[in-house]
Design a protein around this ligand. Sequence first.
Ligand SMILES: Nc1ncnc2c1ncn2[C@@H]1O[C@@H]2COP(=O)(O)O[C@H]2[C@H]1O
Length: 715
Amino acid sequence: MDHLGNVRVRTNRWRRLLRWHHGQKMNEEGEDGGKDGEKKRSFWNMRFEFNWREWTVDPAETFYYVWLQVMIVPIVYNWVIIILRTCFTSIGLNYLPVWLTLDYLSDLMYAADMAITLHTGFLDQGILIKDLTRLRKRYLHSKRFLFDLVSLLPTDFLYFAVGIETPLVRVNRLLHIPRLSEALDRMETRTSYPNTFRITKLMIYIFVLIHWNACLYFALSSYIGFGSDHWVYPNITEPRFASMRRQYLYCFWFSAQIFTTVGDTPLPSREEEYLFMIADLLIAVLVFASIVGNVGNVITSLRDRDNVFFPNHELVKAYLRSHHISKELRQRIDNWYQHLHINKKIMRENEILQQLPLHMRTDIAVSVHLPTLSKVTIFQNCEKSLLEELVLKLTPQVFSPGEYVCRKGDVGHEMYIIKEGKLAVVADDGVTEYAVLGAGNFFGEISILNIKGNKSGNRRTANIKSIGHSDLFSLSKEDLTDVLSEFPAAKRHLEEKGRQILVKMGMLEERAEVEEVEAEKIEAKIKRLERTLEDLQTKLARLMMELESSNKKMQARVEQLELQVALLETHLPHDGQGGEEAMGREEGVGGEADWEREEAEGEEEGDAEENGEKEGAGDDGDVTKEGDGESTKSTKDETERVVEGNKFDLKEPDNLIDNIHDKEKILGKGDERPGKGDGAETEPRDDNQSRDGELLGRRRKTKEDSDGKDKKDSD
Ligand SMILES: Nc1ncnc2c1ncn2[C@@H]1O[C@@H]2COP(=O)(O)O[C@H]2[C@H]1O
């Protein structure tokens, strides 16, 4: 106990790791929004709040990785020492306390490893499961648990039966091997030098195999009798072969000779020796094959890596030779390859990174190329998204001293950004320099930008020559157009720079430029007019449709009115007189004509109404004349049909109004709501029906008026 009353914990490695891991977890929680006070909790407080039962490990965490590496030690210990102590009994007995301590330490680590495995989360549909009940269930039902359990069985109690000099009772400890392969696999994926790691791993496996074989050889020699023939281990009573170190080294050497198929071992003389040798040689074939295979793989993968990083020089060389290319050109090509290799210039980075997801590729490309791009003036103030799009489309290119990147008059397909080196804009003589371009400059944009008034069109306007070795990024015309279509400001900037150069060179036809601008304006106007015309056409079509529909409505209304007239005419026989018939016609047809006129001319034409009274006869006469025509005929026919069909009681005058009411009902009644009945807002059928009602109403009113008049006259 320390002065704070805390229990002092033994500071062995795994305990420290656990504490460190727990500390990390607490920090993470703190960062995730924990209160400041919580963050400041002391280490000791944290230690005592540690809840073992709820503790879980994320297999992707560094803690888990470190723990796996730690576990390599006890597993390898058991695999090497148990057999050594079993076969070399003197080694086992001489260092017994050391072995026993190490044995039980390794047992402790095995137990801790089981506990950690029990608390290790797993992914279910991509989500880390931390529920202890599920973790426990999963582990306890796995094969792995069986292996771990058997490897930890306390077989040491068998010492009481067989004696302490038989460490073979601990052979079950070897079953913890799956953890070793897990640890090695993890290391292989994490290491930056996988080939070195693979070779080292293979050598360790072979070492363990030779070690086992050495131990078995010594045990067999002991069984046959040391020094009984040339094949077995010499007599250990001889001082030369008595020491433990000599015993082990001799056996290891003997075994290594067999497994490396050197074959310089003494001839066996007993059957047991032959059997041992046969088994060893068979295993040796496999060992040798696996050594050769693995080393071959490593060499191939190293070459593959080089081939991916740099183009295959050998193939190009063979090609040049077969086509009898001039020595001078071959020399230039050799120099180019040499420059790439010496300066580690990777040409196929897009290909190498192809297997990564796009966002990762972008991140890598941004971190590698952004420093270069940010030096380029046009991209300095650009949005990050533009740069991100650009970096993925850049292709690295390396030019040797004196080489032309482009020649005047060539068709331009790409522009270039200078990463490193110097290039000159030169005259056709190749010597006169107009300008020198350096890192962060760009060129080759004029011929791919379609600048208005550019006399050279899509042809290069100048020769560009590499002064020394230069590292460039090329950007194809298509990629540049794609990117610039979304970033017009950058496009304007590029065009402006190109225009300046063209003006300086006298290659910009300004009139043509103005004409082109004018042409563009006219084009825009034409487009606008076309759009207006289209709008007008649509409106016209709509109007035509409206006209047609109102025409139909009118027709329906007229038909309805004719029907109404026919209905009214059916009442004429009630009065029974020819004069009344005439009156009926006057009232019916003439009156209706009045209503029609009223409706047609509108109520606001009050004067017309007054005149109508004066000119009524004449008007009526006109209408009557119209009515005498076709419509009257059809009206009569219809009247007869209605009379027969409806079987009105025409002799009973009182029934007339009722019949009219009935007819109103049949027709669905006129809409008496204010503002309704002008036909515009209602459906044609309803409209007609409301018209009927309205007409009947008016008819009744006219009748009442005339009755009133008659009464007045009689008075
Ligand atoms: N005087 C100059 N100074 C700098 N760059 C130039 C000059 N003349 C031409 N260039 C560049 O050289 C490039 C040659 O190809 P382009 O015509 O496509 O685009 C040209 C310009 O980018």
